[in-house]
Design a protein around this ligand. Structure first.
Ligand SMILES: O=C(O)C(=O)C[C@]1(C(=O)O)C=C[C@@H](O)C=C1
Length: 107
């Protein structure tokens, strides 16, 4: 976080400080999720086959990576697993929408 008004968690003494920091972090988190979704849309545009939209092997890799990062950074790994399972499932749904919106193209 670059906002100098944000108080480090270990130095917070009021709920106003805590909530200001949480609001700022949530803005960053959702912004990054939106940026991630732009790449999901790119995947929906690039993939040649509808069967490739759901890739269980890659889904497992993405979740395993997130769980490892969570472990390394002090975030509960089980929560990271649940969040990423939901995130990738939502991403797959969105990617199907993008893929299907392409239609079959000119004959
Ligand atoms: O890597 C891909 O092929 C993607 O489309 C991205 C993504 C993801 O959310 O990370 C989404 C759908 C696939 O099932 C696997 C992973």
């Amino acid at each position: 976080m670059t906002d100098s008004s944000i108080v480090p968690a270990s130095e917070c003494t009021t709920m106003a400080e805590v909530r200001a920091a949480i609001d700022g972090l949530d803005t960053l988190i959702v912004s990054l999720l939106a940026e991630r979704m732009r790449y999901i849309e790119a995947a929906g545009r690039i993939k040649a086959d509808r069967d490739a939209v759901r890739d269980e092997v890659r889904k497992a890799e993405v979740i395993a990576h997130a769980v490892k990062v969570a472990h390394d950074r002090g975030f509960p790994p089980k929560l990271a697993y649940r969040l990423y399972d939901m995130l990738v499932e939502g991403s797959i749904s969105h990617e199907f929408e993008i893929f299907d919106a392409r239609g079959s193209g000119p004959a």
